[in-house]
Ligand binder design. Structure first.
Ligand code: HAM
Length: 414
């Protein structure tokens, strides 16, 4: 019986994993500079958290959640995103009592039952950040600049930053009315999903990918024309801070995002090299969500990076190199094999990646293995070496060789 992995669920293997790890390391470095602390929330949460958080009329909740009933007869869902679980945790653990603002980051797998295609998976990884407690646009700017710095640090400067404001509870009703008027005129021509969205949340009609719906949406009222004074000021101030720091952003009034919790600022980082799924990272403000989850009124903003898309872009720039050991120890005979084992352990305890030969293959085939592993130096230990306490070394890159005392091997690559 041969098994295969599930559709849309990928194995992440060497050498690609090295790219993942270097992105994760860079993210940790940058988050530390900006005072973000890592938190780890469970993969499985009560289904209600996502229905309430993301919104009943969204694609994610309507069609894409991995939801099942557990053995205790509770409806649980494998997280399709990280914000709702982090807010659940914030409220449950009263994290507002930590010094303000509370800034967190997380990384890990998310699950959406979408149709798999290039850049779209059913299990995918996000690195996300969420900041609580600052209502003003300086936090929006800080997050956008953090994201930009992180992308630059890993070699992806020059991606497009798109930004918008989708208003708040004050101005949303007027925009909603404008949308209802606009869509209402030709409602019978929209797809059945959009007809339902018309009742539940007309903003979601703007996300529909059905060709006819996209055509019908030509000339839809844009949200920025309906912003209240507070939202408009917030947006203008944010744009002004970003200009001060020379962060170039394109205002995209159609950027409404596919999740219902957003208020005011929304943003996306895109790359034309990714094809249809072009968003590498996305986020926005969600000033009402903590309160909606039963916590104290707390403004908040965050973003999440899609790791698979990020890694695709990075591999396009420079293909992943397989990491290679510095030393390969080849041995001839049982006794030498044990001495070889001792040498690799000594090197490893000094922090050097060393590989041993495992067994008694011929010297030629052991050196072939060293080559295949792309090792830098081969050490050869045979009977003579055991007697003399000196070993042969070959620098496989520089094609140099010599003899050295075991205790001095470290000096070969210092
Ligand atoms: P999102 O736009 O749903 O936002 O996802 C963020 C990023 O995750 C996307 O831009 C994309 O790179 C990646 N992504 C989403 N779905 C898939 C998929 N099926 N396959 C591969 N990559 C995918 C959120 O998840 C929000 N929680 C972001 C946020 C945090 N907003 C505020 N705080």
């Amino acid at each position: 019986m041969k098994y295969s992995g599930l559709k849309g669920m990928e194995d992440i293997l060497p050498p690609d994993i090295a790219v993942w790890q270097s992105v994760e390391a860079a993210a940790r470095r940058i988050f530390r500079l900006y005072g973000f602390h890592e938190i780890r929330v469970p993969i499985l949460e009560a289904t209600d958290i996502f229905i309430r958080g993301i919104g009943e009329a969204t694609d994610i909740v309507e069609k894409e959640m991995y939801t099942f009933t557990d053995k205790g007869n509770r409806s649980v869902t494998m997280r399709p995103e990280g914000t709702a679980p982090v807010v659940r945790c914030f409220v449950e653990k009263s994290l507002q009592t930590m010094p303000s603002p509370q800034k967190f980051y997380y990384s890990g797998p998310m699950f959406r039952y979408e149709r798999p295609q290039k850049g779209r998976f059913r299990q995918f990884y996000q690195i996300g950040a969420e900041a609580f407690g600052v209502a003003g646009p300086s936090m929006d700017a800080e997050l956008i600049m953090l994201l930009k710095k992180l992308l630059e640090e890993i070699g992806l400067g020059g991606l497009n930053f798109e930004i918008n404001s989708i208003g708040c509870a004050e101005c949303r009703p007027a925009y909603r009315r404008a949308l209802l008027d606009f869509f209402g005129g030709k409602l019978e021509e929209y797809c059945p999903d959009c007809k339902r969205r018309y009742e539940a949340n007309p903003l979601r009609i703007l996300d529909c990918k059905v060709e006819r719906c996209v055509e019908l949406r030509q000339g839809t009222p844009v949200v920025t024309d309906y912003l209240c004074e507070d939202c408009r000021d917030h947006f203008n101030e944010l744009l002004s801070i970003l200009r001060t720091f020379k962060v170039s952003c394109t205002i995209n009034p159609n950027l409404v995002r596919g999740l219902d919790y957003y208020t005011k600022t929304t943003f996306e980082v895109t790359s034309e090299h990714l094809g249809a799924q072009k968003a590498v990272a996305a986020g926005g403000r969600y000033d009402r969500l903590v309160e909606e989850f039963g916590g104290p009124a707390t403004p908040a903003i965050g973003f999440a990076i899609g790791m698979e898309r990020l890694v695709t872009l990075l591999k396009d720039i420079s293909p992943a190199d397989a990491p290679a050991p510095r030393v390969f120890v080849a041995t001839l005979g049982k006794e030498a094999e044990l001495e070889g084992f001792r040498v690799v352990e000594m090197l490893r305890s000094e922090g050097v990646w060393a590989e041993q030969s495992y067994g008694t293959a011929s010297l030629k085939s052991q050196l072939r293995r060293a080559d295949r592993l792309n090792a830098e130096i081969a050490i050869i230990i045979g009977e003579n070496e055991l007697k003399s306490g000196k070993v042969q070394w070959k620098n496989l890159k520089k094609k140099e060789q010599g003899e050295i005392a075991v205790s001095d091997i470290r000096t070969l690559f210092s």
